[in-house]
Ligand binder design. Structure first.
Ligand SMILES: NC(=O)c1ccc[n+]([C@@H]2O[C@H](COP(=O)([O-])OP(=O)(O)OC[C@H]3O[C@@H](n4cnc5c(N)ncnc54)[C@H](O)[C@@H]3O)[C@@H](O)[C@H]2O)c1
Length: 82
């Protein structure tokens, strides 16, 4: 049985956020996890706080084939279907 892989990237800072965006670019589903709720709120609102990442980069695409879902809940990185 094949199942789409979801990458969980822990920490959405100077390293983690661009890595998350690159993973989306190559077609992966991504959970961007960070303990900082202000960062998660900004990402969920489509606002980037990293110079190299634009607001457009963090906005969900109109066709959600590959997305980055920001979250500050640790359980978001685990799947109960495994
Ligand atoms: N200015 C630049 O363009 C630039 C570029 C690259 C690197 N840097 C430097 O490199 C340093 C390292 O970058 P970085 O990305 O490793 O650090 P960072 O501080 O930018 O990001 C780390 C992130 O991880 C989160 N975090 C910490 N512990 C966590 C946990 N247990 N679970 C989930 N999230 C957690 C933090 O809230 C933070 O958002 C930066 O602090 C910065 O000084 C700067």
């Amino acid at each position: 049985m094949s199942q789409a892989l979801t990458a969980a990237i822990v920490g959405q800072g100077y390293v983690g956020l661009p890595v998350a965006m690159r993973a989306v670019e190559v077609g992966m589903q991504v959970v961007g996890f960070d303990l900082d709720e202000a960062k998660i709120e900004a990402l969920a609102d489509g606002r980037s706080y990293i110079d190299d990442v634009t607001d457009a980069d963090v906005r969900p695409p109109s066709t959600p084939a590959a997305t980055c879902r920001p979250s500050s809940r640790p359980t978001c990185t685990a799947s109960t279907s495994l």
